[in-house]
Design a protein around this ligand. Structure first.
Ligand code: ZN
Length: 420
C-alpha cells in the first residue's frame, strides 16, 4: 500500500485550497504538482503516437492525468470536480448605486447566498488575450456584500433571510460613480497584461479567510471549496503514488462545471474522458475491451449528519466525520454506485486500513447528484460515488474532519493499486 507522504498531509490540503480560488487555478496547481512528479503535458491538438507513461492534458478548467502501461488490464479511474458554487463577474460588470461603485455578479451553481454576506472578498479567474488566456488572482479584500441591518429588516430572525440574486448580493468595491472599463483594467493589471489586450474574462469571487484546522482537539478543517477540492487533492495524491509500471492504468479526471450540470465542452458529460481514454488505449478497438475491465470512482463531498438537524437525514444511515470515506447509494441513479462497485470500494478501504460508511438520502427529499452518473454513462464503466463527510456544503466556508482527507487519499490509492 502506498503511504501518503506526511508533507502532503493536512497542511498540504490547506495550502492547495488557498492557492485555488477558481477551477483554472485548480488545474494550474494540479499541473504543477504533476510536472514535479515526472508527468509530461500532452496537447489535445497534437497527434499522440503513443500515450504510454505519466501524462496529462488540460481542457479549460478540466484536466485528465494518467499513468499508462502497455497492457490490456483496463483502467482504474478517479473523477472529481474543480468548480464550487460562487458569485461570478458579469460581462459588463461596472455598475453602482447610491454613491457606491459596484460589480455585477451572477450566481454560479447552488450557492448558499447568505454565506457570501459580510465577508472580505477577493476576485480571481482568467482573462482572454490575443496571445491566449492568463490567470489572475487578487488576494486583497476589494469586494464585500453588506448585509442589511436588522433595524431595517426586523423580522429576519423569525421569517428567514430572503435574498434576491439580482438585487441583494451586488458587491461594493468603492465609492463614487460607476466607471466603465474599471474591472477590465483591474483584471489586466492583476494578470500582468495591457488593458487593451483583455478581450473577455471568466472571473469569480472568493473569501480571503485562510483555511484552518479547528475544533477543541483539532479534529476539523474549516475552509472554502471543500466540495470538491478535497477530492481533487486526494485524487492527485493517489495518482502520484500509483505504480508507474504495473497494470491497470491509473487515470485521474478533474472536471469543471459539475455544479451546473456537467454539460459543457469540458464537463463530465462532454467528450473529454472518452476521447482521452481512447487515445490512451491507442485505438477504438483497444478501448472497448479495456473499458469492460475498468472501474471508476466519482469522488465528491458527502453529507455528514448535522447535529442541529438530525431529522433531515435518513435515520439508519448516520454519517460521522472521522469514520472514513462515505459510499453513496441512490436507487434512482443520482449516485452511480451499485452493489458490485460498493463491494469493490469497501475492499479498497479495507486494504488501506480505513473504515467506510454508507449514505442514503432521505426518501422524502430530492437527492443531489455528482459527476458519477455522467462518467458511468459516457464510458459504460462501473462507477462508485464516494467522498469525505462534510457539513455546510455549498457555503462559502465549509467544514470536514481533519483526518478524513488523508484516509480518503489512502483509500483512493488502494483503489488505483488494484494489483498491490
Ligand atoms: Zn461536489
Amino acid at each position: 500500500m502506498a503511504e501518503v507522504n506526511a508533507t502532503r498531509g493536512i497542511d498540504g490540503l490547506l495550502d492547495f485550497i488557498d492557492a485555488c480560488p477558481t477551477p483554472f487555478h485548480v488545474v494550474d496547481r494540479a499541473a504543477d504538482v504533476l510536472r514535479a512528479s515526472g508527468f509530461t503535458e500532452m496537447d489535445e491538438a497534437d497527434e499522440w503516437p503513443d500515450a504510454v507513461g505519466s501524462r496529462y492534458v488540460r481542457r479549460g478548467g478540466s484536466l485528465v492525468a494518467w499513468r499508462h502501461q502497455t497492457s490490456d488490464a483496463g483502467f482504474r479511474i478517479i473523477g472529481a470536480h474543480t468548480d464550487s458554487p460562487n458569485l461570478r463577474i458579469t460581462a459588463q460588470p461596472d455598475t453602482g448605486q447610491a454613491g457606491y461603485r459596484q460589480l455585477g455578479v451572477e450566481v454560479y451553481g447552488g450557492a448558499l447566498l447568505n454565506s457570501w454576506l459580510d465577508r472580505d472578498l477577493g476576485v480571481a479567474g482568467r482573462v482572454a488575450t490575443p496571445a491566449g488566456t492568463r490567470l489572475f488572482c487578487i488576494n486583497r479584500p476589494v469586494l464585500r456584500v453588506p448585509q442589511l441591518a436588522i433595524h431595517l429588516d426586523r423580522e429576519v430572525n423569525q421569517k428567514g433571510l430572503l435574498l434576491n440574486p439580482q438585487t441583494h448580493i451586488v458587491p461594493v468595491w468603492g465609492l463614487g460613480l460607476r466607471t466603465p472599463g474599471e474591472f477590465a483594467l483591474t483584471a489586466a493589471e492583476a494578470a500582468g497584461v495591457d488593458a487593451d489586450e483583455v478581450l473577455a474574462w471568466d472571473a469569480m469571487l472568493h473569501d480571503l479567510t485562510p483555511s484552518v484546522i479547528g475544533g477543541i482537539d483539532d479534529e476539523f478543517v474549516y475552509a472554502p471549496r471543500i466540495d470538491n477540492q478535497v477530492s481533487c487533492w486526494a485524487g492527485l495524491q493517489a495518482l502520484i503514488d500509483a505504480p508507474a509500471d504495473s497494470p491497470p492504468s491509473a487515470v485521474l479526471c478533474l472536471f469543471d462545471h459539475e455544479e451546473v450540470g456537467s454539460t459543457s465542452a469540458q464537463g463530465a458529460a462532454s467528450t473529454l474522458l472518452p476521447a482521452v481514454l481512447e487515445r490512451i488505449a491507442g485505438s477504438r478497438g483497444a478501448l472497448h475491451p479495456a473499458l469492460a475491465q475498468s472501474l471508476c470512482v466519482s469522488a465528491d463531498g458527502a453529507h455528514a449528519t448535522h447535529p442541529n438537524y438530525p431529522e433531515r437525514h435518513e435515520p439508519d444511515h448516520h454519517i460521522a466525520m472521522g469514520d472514513g470515506p462515505v459510499i453513496k447509494r441512490n436507487a434512482n441513479q443520482r449516485y452511480a454506485t451499485d452493489a458490485v462497485g460498493e463491494a469493490a470500494f469497501a475492499a479498497a478501504c479495507e486494504k488501506a486500513g480505513v473504515g467506510h460508511q454508507l449514505y442514503v438520502h432521505r426518501g422524502d427529499m430530492p437527492c443531489g447528484s455528482t459527476i458519477g452518473p455522467f462518467a458511468a454513462s459516457t464510458t459504460g464503466v462501473t462507477t462508485i460515488d464516494v467522498g469525505v463527510a462534510q457539513l455546510s456544503m455549498h457555503s462559502a466556508r465549509e467544514m470536514c474532519g481533519a483526518q478524513d482527507p488523508m484516509d480518503f487519499a489512502l483509500a483512493l490509492s488502494a483503489f488505483l493499486n488494484a494489483a498491490g
